[in-house]
Structure formats: structure tokens, C-alpha cells
Design a protein around this ligand. Structure first.
Ligand code: SAM
Ligand code: SF4
Length: 463
């Protein structure tokens, strides 16, 4: 209790929210002016922005968030896909299709051969980054996960390969996190689901019910040397304004104790799931959802933000402009869900229903049409630019000039190897435009030269 209370002081969050109410237009604009310097916001300031209801002022918040997204991330959007390994679970999280007591879904754990098939399916769609996920069970223990990671990195299909495996599995021990680090994972993500302790305990049953175990997991991961960690909340379980401030306090705690804040924040919203009869206690409207994304963008400008296919194509498009920097595409949320055989059976054993059912190629084309540049870049992680080292370079802007060229190069790979004719046509225009935008002397020519090498067959070129 004492340790968890150091991370989240619920009374303080409630006081911040109370104090943030009814701020004048001038005070809100002053907050946004400060946010514009990209130094982030105090939770008190974020509270004031979250309380804004006036449509004009809300427009100002969106405008500021759009400016911040452009300033730090430009037009890039990094793509990934989730890979569900197993849906066996000892926990009984009320909202989840994989919950122990859900007898209506077929249970499945992928064998090494099935993992290989799924990875090839994903590689043939152009993916280079995966996020592996599974329920908590002795059937998917750490030995199993380690073996799965070795299989994933070892599986190739044509020019396809997976270059970064991020992991979202149950909270575990420092020793186990050391093993994940040794397995060369990228980011370790763990969602708190809700930071409100009483709600957390009411909605969870099984080992995950231990609030302490969950909230201190990322400290343990950092202690084990995993320096890129990801936070998240399942929006809808409790008041979203409370959750946003709690995320900021959690981020601040990691920065103070581990020397670096979270690499990413994910913003999943609850979705219906097969066999789950759950009345969502605090639904978050689309307007509130967009505002919370904008406030997070302004509060922690250097933390990547992730949106999934839980959201519709329309909402995702708006979220990209307000601050999202990473997105999944073509996702299946059941073990074995990718490929022709994954189809119908997959729907029945899914963790939740997705809202964006487009193929990755369609998503990528629409990203281009919206004016963004799809990126499959994994360079920072592979060059050892992670954790504090990454942030120390990102904050003065020493990485951003490499991100553009790396996005262009990895997108070129996609266009050469995987794009449909229509996407290739739109994508080449996008590529040419963003190549021209590279402003660092020498880098533009260097990138152009590498593109020519890729056209002659070279792959995996990056800075
Ligand atoms: N089992 C691990 C855990 O719970 O930490 C691994 C991650 S679980 C497969 C991925 C995430 O899916 C959960 O952390 C939760 O936030 C989210 N999730 C579960 N049920 C959901 C639902 N019905 N709608 C949207 N997201 C859901
Ligand atoms: Fe299991 Fe995770 Fe689903 Fe909870 S959210 S039931 S721990 S898979």
C-alpha cells in the first residue's frame, strides 16, 4: 500500500481536478502557451484543460495539440500489429473476452509452428513490428513467451522479417523481466486498466487483482534493464479525467525513480467482447476521448502515443492529428486470427471486437491520403537509442532529423514488396513529398541514394 501510494495519491488527484474547474479563458490560454514550449504540463495544468467544456476553448486545445504533434513527430505514423499467442487466462477481468469464467470462447495456445505461420502472414502484409499478447496462465509462462520471441525473430518470408517485438503480458518479477530483456524485446507495455484502487479491485479476480503487483511492475521492468516501458488505461472503467492525471503521476514517478519516463502511452477504450456481459461504468464519448488525447499530447510531448483498431477509421484519423504517433492496422485479437484460416473461428475467440476492419494496405493508403507518412522504422531500438539515451537525444531534437529519412526508407520497402498497385501509386507521391521535406544537408541526398539501392534489391537500410 505504502509503495503504490507513492505513485498514485487519489486524494491529490481529486484535489487537482477540483482546483482545475472553472478556470478563466485567460488561464487556459496561458496553460496552452506554456504547453507550446514542449516542456510538458503539471498535472494541475492538465486538470484545468480536462475540465474545459467551452467549444471554442476546446478548439484551442485541439489546435495546440496538433501543433505539438507536428513539432515533435511531424507527419510520421509508425505501424505495428498485435500477435495474440494464447487466450488461456487465470484472471477474471470483468471486461475481457479471455476472462477465466467465459465458457463461450474456444481456448487456444499457438504452437511454435502456428506462431511461424502467423508471423509469415504478418510479414506478407508488410509488418516489421509486432506486439505480442497473451492471457496469464501456466500454459503461457515465461519459457513459452521466450520461445515464442525466438521463433518470431527467426521467421522470415521473402524479404519479410520482424525487427522489433514489443510485449504486453501480465506483470511479473524482476528476474522474468531480465529474461525478457535478454530476449531482445523492444517496449514492455502493461496497462493499469484503472488507477482507481477500489474500482480496480472490484473488477479483477485472480493474481491480477493485486493492485500493488500491477502498479509497480514497470518499476521492476526498469530495474531489470528494460528502459522502454509503456503505460495505458482501459478507458471507461472509471472517470477518464482521474485516469489521465493518474497516468501523468505514474509517468512522473518513473521519471523520478528510474531516470526516464514512459516510452509510450496507449489509450484503449472498452469494446464489446464475445461472452462478456459488462455494463461500462464510465463510458467516454468521442469528444471526451479526443480531448484526453490532446491533453496527454501536450502534457508529455516526448512520450509516443498508441491507438489501436478498437477505434473506427474516422476517429483514428482525427486522433492521428491530435497526437497519436503509433497505430496498429489489420489487427486480429484472437490466437491464430491472421490469414484465410483465422477468419470466422477467430471472431469467436477474440479478446474484443475491433472497430476498424480495413486491411493494412487500405489503412496505409488512407494514412497517405490524409497527408501522413507511414513508417515501419525500428532504427532507434536496433542502434541502442532507448530509455534515457533516447529521451536525451529526442528532447533537444537530435533524433527527429533521422526519423524522417528512416520513415521514408522503411515505407519504400513497403511500397516495393507489399503495396497494392493503388497504394503504390498514392504512396510514391507521399514518399516523394516527404523526401523533399528532409531539410538536413546531405541527408536528403544520402536517403535518395539509399532508395536507389533499394530499387536494385537492397533492404533494411537505416540511420
Ligand atoms: N493479459 C495481460 C494483461 O491483462 O495485462 C496482457 C494484455 S491483454 C491481452 C491486453 C489489454 O487488452 C488489456 O490490458 C486490456 O486493457 C485490454 N482489453 C481487455 N478487454 C478489453 C475489451 N473488452 N475492450 C478493449 N480492450 C480490452
Ligand atoms: Fe486475462 Fe489480460 Fe484478459 Fe485480464 S485482460 S482476463 S489478465 S487476458
Amino acid at each position: 500500500m505504502a509503495e503504490a501510494a507513492k505513485v498514485i495519491d487519489e486524494g491529490r488527484i481529486q484535489r487537482n481536478l477540483e482546483a482545475g474547474r472553472g478556470k478563466s479563458r485567460e488561464e487556459i490560454l496561458a496553460c496552452l502557451k506554456k504547453a507550446g514550449e514542449a516542456k510538458g504540463l503539471e498535472p494541475e495544468e492538465a486538470a484545468a484543460l480536462l475540465q474545459v467544456e467551452d467549444p471554442d476553448l476546446r478548439g484551442e486545445i485541439f489546435q495546440a495539440a496538433r501543433g505539438m504533434k507536428m513539432k515533435i513527430y511531424g507527419k510520421r505514423l509508425v505501424l505495428f500489429a498485435p500477435l495474440y499467442l494464447s487466450n488461456y487466462c487465470v484472471n477474471n477481468c470483468r471486461y475481457c473476452g479471455f476472462r477465466r469464467d467465459n465458457r463461450s470462447i474456444p481456448r487456444k495456445r499457438l504452437s511454435p509452428g502456428e506462431i511461424r505461420n502467423q508471423v509469415q502472414e504478418l510479414e506478407n502484409l508488410g509488418h516489421k513490428r509486432l506486439l505480442i499478447e497473451c492471457g496469464e496462465s501456466s500454459l503461457s509462462d515465461l519459457d513459452y513467451v521466450e520461445e515464442a520471441i525466438v521463433t518470431i525473430y527467426g521467421t522470415k518470408s521473402g524479404n519479410g522479417e520482424i525487427r522489433r517485438v514489443n510485449v504486453n503480458i501480465a506483470a511479473t518479477t524482476v528476474d522474468h523481466y531480465r529474461r525478457l530483456k535478454a530476449a531482445r524485446i523492444g517496449t514492455y507495455q502493461l496497462f493499469q486498466e484503472t488507477y482507481h484502487r477500489a474500482t480496480y479491485e472490484a473488477l479483477h479476480e485472480g493474481p491480477k487483482r493485486d493492485y500493488e503487483r500491477q502498479i509497480l511492475a514497470l518499476d521492476r521492468a526498469q530495474e531489470a534493464g528494460i528502459d522502454d516501458v509503456g503505460l495505458g488505461v482501459l478507458f471507461g472503467l472509471y472517470d477518464h479525467k482521474f485516469e489521465v492525471l493518474a497516468l501523468l503521476y505514474h509517468a512522473r514517478h518513473l521519471e523520478e525513480t528510474c531516470g526516464v519516463g514512459p516510452h509510450t502511452i496507449s489509450v484503449p477504450r472498452f469494446r464489446p467482447a464475445p461472452g462478456v456481459d459488462f455494463r461500462l461504468p464510465h463510458p467516454v464519448s468521442d469528444e471526451e476521448f479526443k480531448k484526453l488525447i490532446a491533453v496527454l499530447r501536450l502534457s508529455v510531448p516526448y512520450t509516443g502515443m498508441i491507438i489501436s483498431t478498437r477505434e473506427s477509421a474516422e476517429l483514428r484519423a482525427e486522433a492521428f492529428s491530435l497526437g497519436i504517433s503509433q497505430t496498429s492496422a489489420g489487427s486480429r485479437t484472437s490466437p491464430g486470427g491472421y490469414g484465410a484460416r483465422g477468419g470466422e473461428e477467430g471472431e469467436m475467440s477474440a479478446q474484443f471486437q475491433t472497430a476498424d476492419h480495413r486491411s493494412p494496405d487500405e489503412v496505409i493508403r488512407s494514412i497517405c491520403e490524409l497527408g501522413y507518412l507511414p513508417s515501419f522504422c525500428t532504427a532507434c531500438y536496433r542502434r541502442g537509442r532507448t530509455g534515457k539515451g533516447f529521451m536525451d537525444m529526442a528532447k533537444p531534437g537530435d533524433i527527429q532529423h533521422l526519423c524522417g529519412p528512416n520513415a521514408v526508407l522503411t515505407f519504400k520497402e513497403y511500397l516495393l514488396d507489399y503495396a497494392t498497385e493503388e497504394t503504390r501509386r498514392v504512396g510514391e507521391e507521399t514518399l516523394a513529398h516527404h523526401l523533399e521535406e528532409i531539410s538536413t544537408p546531405g541527408l536528403k541526398e544520402n536517403t535518395r541514394g539509399r532508395i536507389q539501392e533499394m530499387e536494385k534489391g537492397k533492404r533494411d537500410l537505416y540511420f
